[in-house]
Write a protein that binds this ligand. Structure first.
Ligand code: GDP
Length: 173
């Protein structure tokens, strides 16, 4: 008997350079953290199986690998994405201030149904925090996004962020 093929969800990870996009992907897919990511170690694409309510789902996750510096992210990057992880760095206020322009990019290039998880990353660096949790919660509420704070370093909430996005997508369908 043939096994049913798992359904596939495409995710993209967006946000300013240095917020930890590659690190989140590496922590989620390989459960490790590289303290100083050179551009050479960046992963462009990774896939991982998860299970939501007994349903196996294959996540195909795309990372911008430095293209965000040049504002050259192509339409094909956004196309058919079911989930978008929009990441800022809680220790760098400007990465939070740029969220609105990332949302504009998304609404221009991704489908209207994309589920967006806002991620305040580097929550292990509490002493250097420049954006409060409440501000993250408020921004998410104002724009209809899901929200989590994560640490790609300690792995806090990393798996949850990816899995909760899929759960939210499934509930939306
Ligand atoms: P990207 O440009 O958004 O892909 O960011 P990177 O994943 O390359 O991360 C930028 C820098 O921040 C690297 O030196 C990472 O090691 C570091 N970094 C990423 N996530 C975390 C985190 O959660 N905590 C800490 N302390 N450092 C992080």
């Amino acid at each position: 008997m043939e096994m049913p093929r798992p359904s596939t969800l495409k995710y993209i990870i967006i946000g300013d350079t240095g917020v930890g996009k590659s690190s989140l992907l590496l922590q989620f897919t390989e459960k490790r953290f590289q303290p100083a990511n050179g551009s050479t170690t960046n992963v462009e694409f990774a896939a991982k199986m998860i299970t939501i309510n007994d349903e196996p789902i294959k996540l195909k996750i795309w990372d911008t690998v430095g293209q965000e510096t040049f504002r050259s992210i192509t339409r094909s990057y956004y196309r058919d994405s079911a989930g978008a992880l929009l990441v800022y760095d809680i220790t760098r206020r400007e990465t939070f201030n740029h969220l609105a322009s990332w949302l504009e990019d998304l609404s221009e290039h991704a489908g209207a149904n994309v589920t967006i998880m806002l991620i305040g990353n580097k929550c292990d660096l509490a002493r250097r925090r420049a954006v409060s949790t409440e501000e993250g919660v408020q921004f998410a509420e104002d724009h209809g996004l899901y929200f989590m704070e994560t640490s790609a370093k300690t792995a806090q909430n990393v798996e949850e962020a990816f899995i909760n996005t899929a759960a939210a997508i499934r509930e939306n369908i």
